[in-house]
Design a binder for this molecule. Sequence first.
Ligand code: GDP
Length: 302
Amino acid sequence: MKIVVLSGGTGTPKLLQGLKDLADLTVIVNTAEDIWISGNKICPDIDSVIYALAEIIDEERWWGIRGDSFRTHEQLKRLGFDEFMMIGDLDRATHIFRSELLRQGYTLTEATKKLKNAFGVKAEVLPMCEEDVATIIVTPQGEMHFQEFWVKRKGEPEVLDIYFKGIENAKATDDVVKALECCDGVIIGPSNPITSVMPILLVKGIKERLRRKKVVAVSPIVGNRPVSGPAGKFMRAKGYEVSPLGVVEVYADFLDVLVVDSSDADLVGKYKGIEVVATDTIMKGKEDAKRLSEFLLELFRL
Ligand code: GDP
């Protein structure tokens, strides 16, 4: 079965560890959190997707490479250059490889393909677009890039609004269009609906193609809070209820099925014309991811 997955950098990569052996996958990845640091372009969500698919992701933090060292980062600090993101030595090699290709004139799509092939990843991994998009968090202390909010300020400032700088110029690449047109269905993994999925939905040419496919999403919200990360804060700032039904609202105009956690089984039924089904969605390891993946793929066989 040909499946397209829309992904951010934590919840969906967990799921990909199960899906990768069960379907012919193309992963369309959010690039609105990308940032240039210390001379290199970091694509946090693309990197996490590749590392998860290559089974080398650090499963404690859900970013970076398992067992990585931070000697370059520490040496830079000693020299008086304080990188605000912790970048591992092996992880930095990924960033250098990508950035060199970009400097040579390769597109991000081409560079990502070379990178994922170098890691032996079979699934297609596609950036959502080629244009630069930046997630900006509006706080009482001013506007800041997502990474400044989340990494430097530890997600602490109050969030007034979120917007995606440059999104109006972003259009689906030929590869993204082809993947969406040729697939049997689309899975939106349990990713942050606002900062991971919304930018992908706002890329010109994507949403209208989702409307023509069966789309199944996994709720990243269990009960009235996210499993991890700032999704609750962001949903509230955008006027959505922090609940699985709030997730339905974000995806309402193209979603067919929302999968909620078993602990939210009281929501099973129809909500605004969208089917709500329940299963265990907390992934503590590959076995959980595999079981959830099988459940999701079954929904496309119905
Ligand atoms: P980011 O780019 O690092 O923000 O990562 P994503 O957007 O891909 O994933 C973050 C979301 O994944 C958060 O909203 C979490 O609530 C959700 N999440 C993380 N792990 C799990 C899990 O095991 N199950 C479910 N249902 N959601 C999860």
